[in-house]
Ligand binder design. Structure first.
Ligand code: NAD
Length: 361
């Protein structure tokens, strides 16, 4: 199979970590008989330096022509970088919002995985996380409170602010389907999180999710109120497989879930649209404090590439091989500086990529 991949190396540590993910993808190609063709795309600061804007229409068109896009991270140090002297709509992050919108990426997937080898980084009690955990948060990304109408009015000298939370059936159905599809590829359970005891939008959410569930008899559906979910994530994270939720709840719960894994350098993410297309990137930023030093952890980007193999190309065996290689490298005791602990072997970005590639078979 030929994998037609757009590559946004981005800023800061982006080029270093993406190079390692490409190394691993090339190795997957060698072992499993695929070819990867890469189209380099500019976004963020790298695009501002060349074109004066963080994203051009030409880049959007080129991205659309790819099967999937692998991205590092974009942005710089806001205190020192000249990119932040530009007006807000011309800064690096504006490019990211624009590409997500242009590609209609409505589903954001963030896995939170605690590898048993890294259990020391987890802030929870050991008995709660024995053997590690592996859950996935699917957050609706283009609707809800963040995109609703808002206004602030003054009446009789008192300010009142309004934000509206709206969802329609179509928006709920399309993301619910993605969640059930993905749960079907995992352990077959969806926990739909809402606030149906209070909000109409949540009651509609629940109704539509239940309708979608009928088409997936092999996937178990449970509903959970968002306040309970926030508690359950720190009480018993092992109970979850796929958590499906709306934009604001997902924003908060995905940060909570990633915190319980303990390391930003390990967290992958994917943003998907209605087709097989997706944008795959690490959850962390461009880490300007360590850029160019060869110490950044490339694992989140490598795991994002594994998600790309699974969700955009349906190459489950290949994705499993990458995830297994990451676990094996950790078992063998190799660590980048951010996940280093006593008695382990510290290695740099490029060597971590080499080791993971070696373990692909
Ligand atoms: P950050 O995630 O870049 O860094 C936070 C801390 O985590 C730093 O100490 C950094 O060294 C460390 N870190 C992050 N990724 C790491 C990795 N792979 N290996 C080892 N350590 C790692 O967050 P920040 O400093 O708040 O943001 C820096 C820039 O990144 C800003 O311009 C911000 O806007 C941008 N940003 C971009 C994205 C994105 O591209 N999607 C996401 C978040 C932040």
């Amino acid at each position: 199979m030929n994998l037609n991949i757009g590559v946004i190396k981005g800023d800061g540590i982006g080029p270093e970590i993406v190079t390692e993910a490409m190394k691993v993808l090339d190795r997957v190609g060698e072992v499993f008989g695929h070819t990867c063709s890469y189209e380099q795309l500019l976004l963020g600061g790298a695009s501002i330096d060349v074109h004066g804007v963080p994203l051009t229409d030409e880049t959007i068109e080129k991205a659309k022509a790819c099967d999937a896009v692998l991205m590092g991270s974009i942005g710089g140090d806001a205190r020192t970088s000249p990119w932040y002297r530009l007006e807000p709509s011309k800064r690096p992050e504006a490019g990211l919002l624009k590409i997500r919108k242009a590609l209609n990426l409505f589903a954001n997937l963030r896995p939170a995985v605690l590898y048993k080898e890294l259990k020391g980084a987890c802030p929870l009690k050991e008995e709660l996380t024995e053997g590690g955990f592996d859950l996935m948060i699917m957050r609706e990304l283009t609707g809800g409170l963040y995109f609703g109408e808002r206004k602030t009015v003054e009446k009789d000298g008192v300010l009142t602010a309004y934000d509206s939370l709206t969802y329609n059936e179509t928006e709920i159905r399309r993301i619910a389907k993605r969640a059930f599809d993905i749960a079907g590829k995992r352990r077959g359970k969806v926990t739909s999180v809402d606030k149906a005891n209070v909000l109409d939008s949540s009651r509609l959410w629940r109704k539509v999710v239940e309708e979608v569930a009928k088409d997936y008899p092999d996937v178990t559906l449970e509903h959970m109120l968002v306040d309970n979910c926030a508690m359950q994530l720190v009480k018993d994270p092992k109970q979850f497989d796929v958590i499906l939720t709306e934009n604001m709840f997902g924003d908060i719960l995905s940060d909570e879930a990633s915190m319980v894994t303990g390391s930003i350098g390990m967290l992958a993410s994917a943003s998907l649209n209605e087709t097989k297309f997706g944008l795959y990137e690490p959850s962390g930023g461009s880490a300007p404090d360590i850029a160019g030093k060869g110490v950044a952890n490339p694992i989140a980007t490598i795991l994002s590439a594994a998600m790309m193999l699974r969700f955009s190309f349906d190459l489950d065996r290949e994705a499993d091989a990458v995830e297994r290689a990451v676990a094996e490298v950790l078992q063998a005791g190799y660590r980048t500086i951010d996940i280093m602990s006593e008695g382990k072997t510290q290695i740099g970005t490029s060597e971590m990529g080499d080791r993971i590639a070696e373990f692909i078979r």
